[in-house]
Ligand binder design. Structure first.
Ligand code: C2E
Ligand code: MG
Ligand code: MG
Ligand code: MG
Length: 273
């Protein structure tokens, strides 16, 4: 009886694992055709300048509708990374975002932030893809910020800084995303040429003394490094006031707007102005 129970639980475990593997396989197979099937789309979330209370920039966030079902980027981006599809998908996002920005007349001050994954950044084609996207859309490089998660800085140091240097040379800006969650050493970060630090929403939303201490330390460090700060995940007016009072330069979160379709973004912007 004991044996059967054990076998039973192993069976259940295998079944769960099997389903998960099957699910990943299914998503990977579909993701391969998502671009051609028009299943990908980019939404844009406003980033607000605290001093002027105006729209400074929008963050491009990828969306995937797989056979009618919305799959979270937290699920499919890691799969795309694992299966080698990220450089192609990332290139698609970058082009889409720059095309959308270049066609958005009447918002010539607004900048755009695009997330770049480690596989994309380290891909040999990356700089070439970037250059041709900028050239075809005629978007000034200064209007583009690339968001790179802090964990990236734990990778191949020489190659990462070589890539970042190539961005700096072009005038493209660099933002460290999800700051405080990535276990990268401050020593390494100090040598990286970034323009923005994005304080992870876990600190913003936690509200504890400890989180505030980390936020204050981050703001102080950003000042020393000469870079601007963005707080993610502002959902309430209280959080907005608090982060502004602490001295954050820019704010982003559902309080201002959730990620919006391009048309929604434009009407949101027109309503605001
Ligand atoms: P991220 O770059 O840190 O993006 C911010 C995430 O927080 C987005 O989730 C956004 O919808 C969400 N968010 C914004 N404001 C709030 C808020 O007030 N409250 C809460 N709870 N959440 C908020 P999303 O769109 O699901 O994206 C998740 C992650 O997937 C992104 O985190 C980014 O790491 C990755 N991702 C999304 N699009 C791309 C892409 O085009 N390329 C790459 N490489 N990664 C992407
Ligand atoms: Mg981001
Ligand atoms: Mg982030
Ligand atoms: Mg985040």
């Amino acid at each position: 009886d004991q044996k059967r129970k054990q076998r039973g639980s192993i069976g259940v475990f295998n079944q769960t694992l099997f389903n998960q593997v099957k699910r990943e396989q299914y998503l990977c197979e579909h993701l391969r055709y998502a671009i051609d099937n028009d299943e990908l789309c980019v939404h844009y979330q406003p980033i607000i300048d605290v001093k002027t209370n105006t729209l400074s920039s929008v963050e491009a966030l990828l969306r995937w509708t797989c056979e009618g079902e919305n799959i979270s980027p937290c699920v499919f981006i890691p799969l795309a990374e694992k299966s080698g599809m990220m450089p192609e998908i990332g290139a698609w996002v970058l082009n889409r975002a720059l095309i959308d920005l270049s066609h958005w007349s009447g918002a010539s001050e607004v900048c755009i932030s695009v997330n770049v994954s480690i596989a994309q950044l380290l891909n040999d084609e990356f700089i070439h893809i970037l250059d041709s996207a900028l050239a075809t859309t005629q978007v000034p490089p200064e209007r583009l910020t690339l968001e790179i998660t802090e964990s990236v800085f734990a990778n191949d140091e020489e190659l990462v800084s070589e890539r970042l240097q190539a961005l700096v040379t072009r005038g493209v800006k660099i933002s460290i995303d999800d700051f405080g969650t990535g276990f990268s050493s401050l020593f390494r970060l100090q040598n990286m040429p970034f323009n923005f630090i994005k304080i992870d929403r876990s600190f913003v939303q936690n509200g504890s003394e400890e989180s505030d201490t980390i936020i204050r330390a981050t703001l102080l460090m950003a000042k020393e490094f000469g870079c601007k700060t963005i707080a993610e995940g502002i959902e309430t007016n209280e959080q907005r006031e608090h982060l502004a009072k602490l001295g954050t330069d820019y704010l982003q979160g559902f309080y201002f707007a959730k990620p919006l379709e391009l048309a929604e973004l434009k009407s949101w912007y027109n309503d605001k102005n």
